[in-house]
Design a protein around this ligand. Structure first.
Ligand SMILES: C[S@@+](CC[C@H](N)C(=O)[O-])C[C@H]1O[C@@H](n2cnc3c(N)ncnc32)[C@H](O)[C@@H]1O
Length: 256
């Protein structure tokens, strides 16, 4: 199932800019070169597509959300941005590399995504990505689950939009699709949020509000986010900032 999350490009760019900032490390892993053609899968508002294009590579940014693509087009000239679904896309050209940052864990139907990437690459082409790995944002997910279950009788698992695979699981899927995994790492990255006390609320609005709390009014969301924040404060709040318990998976895989 593709994510049906409705993205808010303004909130994303203004309060959740850390995603693309951290993604610059994944661009370094990609090592783009002048003259290459590179697809940025789940490009969002395009910041990393443009970062890749600085190398002289020709970049196509693709995203399922037309709102995110509109914002990317408004922000940047010179990079092609298209709306498309990573699960099923077929492009006329083949790419030297497919890049993806912080998007693959929104694609629960992972096998078709990996197959589509494989199809889109030239022989020997590389798939370089970061996504949330097993255990990513676990304290936040378990607190959301507790609050939804105990206070509202809601089964949070049914609403969870994310797929956080282990390194072994995702590597196996890549291998089954015909990739050779030449680098893979699963690491902890406590991730600082902007705006002090309000940081976790921005995070919940941007990433979780639309899915776990889809039927909550705006006022009810504010209330439940305060409750979640209060429960997580001892664990995730330090020196005036929230540090969300990210655990990331990065890999480089080659099309055989
Ligand atoms: C957290 S954002 C990351 C955006 C960007 N890569 C960055 O690093 O800032 C995740 C993006 O994945 C996109 N996405 C989710 N499911 C998708 C799918 N099936 N096909 C294409 N894009 C998808 C969302 O629309 C969203 O823009």
């Amino acid at each position: 199932m593709s994510s049906e999350h409705t993205w808010n490009p303004e909130l994303y760019d203004n309060k959740l800019g850390f995603v693309a900032q951290y993604g610059k490390g994944v661009v370094e892993l990609l090592q783009p070169k002048a003259g290459e053609t590179i697809l940025d899968l789940g490009c969002g508002t395009g910041d990393l597509s443009v970062e890749i294009a600085k190398s002289g590579a020709k970049v196509v940014g693709m995203d399922l959300s037309k709102e995110m693509i509109e914002q990317a087009r408004e922000k940047y000239d010179g990079v092609e941005f298209i709306v498309g679904n990573a699960e099923s896309f077929v492009h006329e050209i083949t790419y030297d590399a497919v890049f993806s940052n912080a998007a693959l864990h929104w694609m629960k139907n992972s096998a078709p995504v990996i197959q589509a990437v494989h199809r889109a690459l030239k022989p020997g082409g590389r798939f370089v990505a970061e996504l949330g790995g097993k255990g990513n944002v676990e304290s936040v997910v378990s607190t959301i689950t507790d609050v939804l279950t105990q206070d509202y009788g809601i089964d949070a698992d049914q609403r969870n939009p994310w797929y956080f695979p282990s390194l072994g699981e995702y590597s196996s899927l890549l291998e089954q699709a015909g990739f050779r995994v030449i680098y893979a790492v699963h690491f902890d990255r406590p991730t600082k949020q902007a705006d002090g006390e309000a940081g976790l609320s921005h995070w919940l609005h941007g990433f979780a509000g639309d899915d776990f709390f889809s039927d909550f009014s705006q006022a009810d969301k504010e209330q439940v986010f305060e409750k979640i924040s209060a429960r997580l404060k001892d664990e995730l709040y330090a020196d005036g900032s929230w540090y969300v318990d990210y655990r990331r998976l990065r890999f480089v895989a080659l099309k055989e």
